[in-house]
Design a protein around this ligand. Structure first.
Ligand code: NAG
Length: 277
């Protein structure tokens, strides 16, 4: 069996300010590398790496977001450690990605966002991916049902572990939350912190994550069986370092890694779960 692995990896954002307050500006460093390869066959990877800054300006019920200093590089080469490779980036000239956009959130979850009229789909998708990182579902802790034993648990706003279904770029998938408190003791003030680990399981989704794009990059999947790929394995992990409380916080750092392995073509004789959005 051939396994083709798509790895989405290493997205890190660091805040340089404390407290989302209207009229202030929050600047994050945002970088990442996404690549595909053939695991255990050859250390060859192809993909793209990027680096930029994100400026967030909160205004009442929405925030204005600007992506600035966008640098990118593409590669197709052999690497010892592709995720840590020091890439040479090129500046991206002003274009749709640089256009500011408005994001509306409610209870920690993005409800909608507004881009400039006529913005191309790739730019809208990059922005959708970026803002999805900010989704934090703290409210569900109060209502969540444990899927393990079908137990209805007592509402507990301080629960440290729970599972919810959460919408992301790749679908509405089961997402487990683990909430811990590990203050950085050298900072003398504001030592109320949340260290959140979020794990999304792409095997448990209300919409199938891997049928949006087919084997041929950038083409939307047809309904034909031979165009559908099979997920062998897929999950994503996010770590958040947050200062504040569950309903009043500033995200200081987000770190995300994801991995999806799939066969490019259906396996012989296997029934395909044909769920299309
Ligand atoms: C937990 O989050 C706080 C606030 O961002 C951070 O200072 C601290 O280093 C984090 N601790 C760990 C173990 O990640």
């Amino acid at each position: 069996m051939l396994g083709l692995t798509l790895l989405l990896a290493a997205v890190a954002a660091t805040a340089t300010a404390t407290g989302y307050i209207d009229g202030r500006e929050y600047v994050y460093a945002y970088k990442g590398v996404m690549y595909t390869g053939y695991p255990r066959m050859k250390p060859q990877y192809s993909g793209t790496a990027f680096e930029n800054n994100i400026i967030i300006q909160p205004h009442g019920d929405y925030a204005l977001i600007k992506v600035v200093n966008i640098k990118r590089t593409r590669f197709n080469d052999e690497f010892e450690n592709v995720a840590r490779h020091p890439f040479d980036y090129q500046d991206i000239p002003d274009g749709p990605l640089h256009k500011p956009f408005k994001v509306y959130r409610k209870n920690g979850i993005v409800t909608h966002f507004e881009v400039t009229k006529g913005e191309p789909a790739f730019s809208v998708n990059v922005k959708r991916g970026l803002i999805a990182l900010f989704n934090l579902n703290f409210d569900e802790a109060e209502a969540a049902i444990s899927t393990e034993d079908n137990d209805i648990q007592k509402p507990d706003p301080d629960r440290h572990y729970y599972k919810v279904y959460e919408k992301g770029v790749l679908g509405d998938c089961e997402t487990a939350y683990v909430i811990e408190h590990h203050p950085f003791h050298k900072s003398p003030h504001n030592n109320i912190v949340l260290n959140v680990t979020k794990v999304r399981n792409y095997h448990k989704c209300n919409s199938n994550p891997n049928q949006v794009y087919g084997t041929f990059y950038g083409h939307e999947c047809g309904r034909a069986e031979h165009e559908k790929s099979h997920t062998l394995h897929g999950n994503a992990q996010y770590k958040y370092n947050i200062r504040g409380y569950r309903h009043n916080y500033v995200i200081e750092k987000i770190y995300a890694v994801g991995e999806i392995a799939y066969t490019p073509y259906p396996l012989e004789g296997q029934t395909v779960a044909a769920k299309m959005k």
